[in-house]
Structures are given as structure tokens and as C-alpha cells.
Unconditional design. Structure first.
Length: 368
């Protein structure tokens, strides 16, 4: 079956510029890319989420028979030094040299981990992102952030390493579990909150929640990718002296990463933790004199529409959560920088937040 390309977007980064293909049945395009690299004498390998063969689109079976593959377990706990080392060993045992090409097929964990392996193996090799979850399609596959988690915190080790292309096959969403789809919607909602009020209002206007068959979904994914690309183009490496820029994409994530770290990686899907983090960020904004109670109510209603959590499943220690925040990678000169909201669609970055307010925010979502 031939590929049906819905849109071709671009992340403009001079010599690192690359396309984002959005469409259906993109397996033939990916397979063609495999062959083109092989014809050039390059070795092609694929790192895949093991769930992809069990639940993913049929194209994966055809593709994976043509290249050497390494399967990795699903879940956030895989994003570790252990599995990073397994990828390095796999690449070395396959005799991959610097001209080799790596394809990452899976969700955000697979993309982040594989991208970091590509950035570090032989000091850098080319890789392609083939995201198969909504969250990876709208967020983690675009922009070149790669990395792993440590016991001390999330994404503390990594590199900026842009892919050569991103292939977003919308058919992958047809087999995506409902919980994973909802987790991806948390990142979609985040884009609306931080800088795209019209997207946020559109999400609120739908009479029923979006699903993989919704005719509006391709346009929503396109909008998120365009928003992400624009921010990355202006601030590729998240400059620490920036008053916003790429750091704004971390709206809700300082809280979310602390939740994931303290609860244990895998207890929450990343998008579920982000959902609670968005509530926390808006409440911190409220306590600081921004936004309104109706904004808070509207956000909670929208998140709950997608069965996303707005409070913790079990009580976590405020002290432990505050300590986890101290390992956040957005800390500069010892101060935690939070992304907050002046209004819906207008985010800002600041370290001038009262510690008591932060602890109070944690208590509102069930921390003790």
C-alpha cells in the first residue's frame, strides 16, 4: 500500500533542518529510506518498543524483517543506563560504524533512549524518529532532546541530537490503548495552555473527547508539531539565560517529574503526571495573582474529559516531592525555575515563587 502523506512540516535549524511527515501507511516511505541508506553502503538498525510487534500496525512486521533490530521493554523504567548500555552493545556487536543509521520505533521512552544512544555511540550517528504514541508524535519526537533517567531525577543525563526526519504514521494510533491516548492528550492540552489559546478553546469546544478516529485529530497533531518546531527553532538548546523560549515547553513538568521520581518510574504514565503537573502549575499561578478560578475549573474539566488524573493516586510526601524538585534540570544558580501562566495561552518562566505556595500546591493534589 502506498503512503498517504497528509502534511510535510519542517524544523528549520540550518544544516540540521529536517522534515516531519504526517500521514497514513508511511511504512512504504520508511522502508524506502531503509533501502536508500543500504544502497549507500550504510548499515541500518532499528530500536523498537517490544509492544509494537504485539499491538502495533502491520507495517512494523514488514519493516523489521529487513534490518537488524533490538527490542526494548515498554515503560519509563527502560529509560536507564542499563538499557542505554544494551543499545551501545547491540550497535557494537552489529559492527555499526559512524555512517550507520538508527531508526527508533515506539513511544517517547524508545525515542529518548535511542536518540541518546545515537548521540553518544561513536560520538554521534544519524537517527530517525518513528513515534507510535500520541505523546511522542506531538512532543518528544520533535526537537532533539534525548536522554535517560537517574534515581535522583528524570532526564538528568542526555544530549541535544536532532533526528534526520520524523515519520508520524497516524495509523499507529488505531491500536494505541485508551490510557496511552489520554496521556498524549495531556501534552496537547499543554500546548494550548502555554501559547496557543485558540487550540485550547478548540479542545474545550468539542462535545466529546477526541479519539484515534476523530477527523480533527490530524490537524491537532499538526498544530502541536508546528508550535513545537517554532519554539525549537528560536531556542534549540533551551538557553539557561532565556526568560522563556524552549523552557516554556516544560509547563507542568517540574511538578510532573517530581511525581514520577517519587512515586517510582512507571507508576504514572508521563502524560498522567503532566496532567497533575498542569493543575499544579495553574494553581501556583493563581496563588501568585495570575489566571482565575474559572481557568482552573475549565482545565480540570478538560483533563477529566480524557480520564486524566488531577490529583495523586496515593499520598506522596511533600518533603520528598520538594527534594525531588531540587534535582530538576531547570535549576539555575540554585533556584528552581517554574513555568507559570499569566493567562490561558500566555506562559512565563520565573524563580520568584514562594516556597510555602509550592508546598500548598502539593497539598491541593493530595500530597501530605
Amino acid at each position: 500500500m502506498s503512503a498517504e502523506v497528509y502534511k510535510i512540516l519542517k524544523v528549520g535549524l540550518n544544516e540540521r533542518t529536517y522534515p516531519i511527515y504526517i500521514g497514513h501507511d508511511l511504512g512504504s516511505m520508511i522502508y524506502k529510506s531503509f533501502l536508500e541508506h543500504k544502497d549507500q553502503g550504510k548499515q541500518v538498525v532499528a530500536i523498537i518498543d517490544e509492544g509494537l510487534k504485539k499491538e502495533g500496525p502491520l507495517f512494523a512486521e514488514d519493516l523489521l524483517s529487513s534490518v537488524s533490530t533490538l527490542q526494548l521493554p515498554s515503560g519509563e523504567s527502560t529509560k536507564s543506563v542499563l538499557f542505554l548500555s544494551r543499545i551501545w552493545d547491540f550497535l557494537a556487536n552489529e559492527g555499526v560504524d559512524r555512517s550507520g543509521v538508527l531508526f527508533a520505533l515506539g513511544g517517547g521512552v524508545t525515542g529518548d533512549l535511542s536518540g541518546f544512544a545515537a548521540a553518544s555511540y561513536l560520538r554521534g550517528m544519524d537517527f530517525y524518529q518513528v513515534p507510535t504514541t500520541l505523546l511522542a508524535m506531538v512532543d518528544s519526537s520533535v526537537g532533539g532532546k534525548t536522554g535517560i533517567n537517574l534515581d535522583a531525577g528524570k532526564n538528568l543525563v542526555g544530549a541535544f541530537h536532532q533526528p534526520k526526519a520524523v515519520f508520524i504514521d497516524l495509523d499507529c494510533l488505531k491500536t494505541l490503548p485508551d490510557r496511552e491516548f489520554s496521556a498524549g492528550m495531556a501534552e496537547v492540552i499543554k500546548y494550548g495552555l502555554l501559547g496557543n489559546k485558540s487550540l485550547y478553546q478548540k479542545l474545550q469546544s468539542f462535545p466529546s473527547p477526541l479519539n484515534s478516529e476523530s477527523q480533527e485529530l490530524p490537524g491537532i497533531i499538526e498544530t502541536c508539531c508546528l508550535d513545537k518546531a517554532k519554539i525549537v527553532e528560536s531556542d534549540e538548546r533551551e538557553s539557561i539565560d532565556s526568560s522563556g523560549g524552549r523552557a516554556l515547553l516544560n509547563l507542568g513538568h517540574t511538578f510532573a517529574h517530581a511525581i514520577e521520581s517519587v512515586a517510582g518510574y512507571g507508576e504514572y504514565l508521563h502524560g498522567e503526571a503532566v496532567s497533575i503537573g498542569l493543575v499544579c502549575a495553574l494553581r501556583l499561578s493563581l496563588m501568585s495573582g495570575h489566571c482565575s478560578k474559572s481557568d482552573e475549573d475549565g482545565l480540570i474539566t478538560l483533563l477529566q474529559l480524557y480520564a486524566l488524573p488531577t490529583e495523586l493516586k496515593v499520598n506522596l510526601s511533600i518533603q520528598a516531592l520538594m527534594k525531588a524538585m531540587q534535582s530538576d534540570k531547570k535549576i539555575v544558580a540554585g533556584s528552581i525555575r517554574f513555568v507559570a501562566l499569566k493567562n490561558i495561552g500566555d506562559a512565563f518562566l520565573s524563580s520568584n515563587f514562594n516556597s510555602d505556595h509550592i508546598q500548598n500546591v502539593w497539598s491541593t493534589v493530595g500530597a501530605k
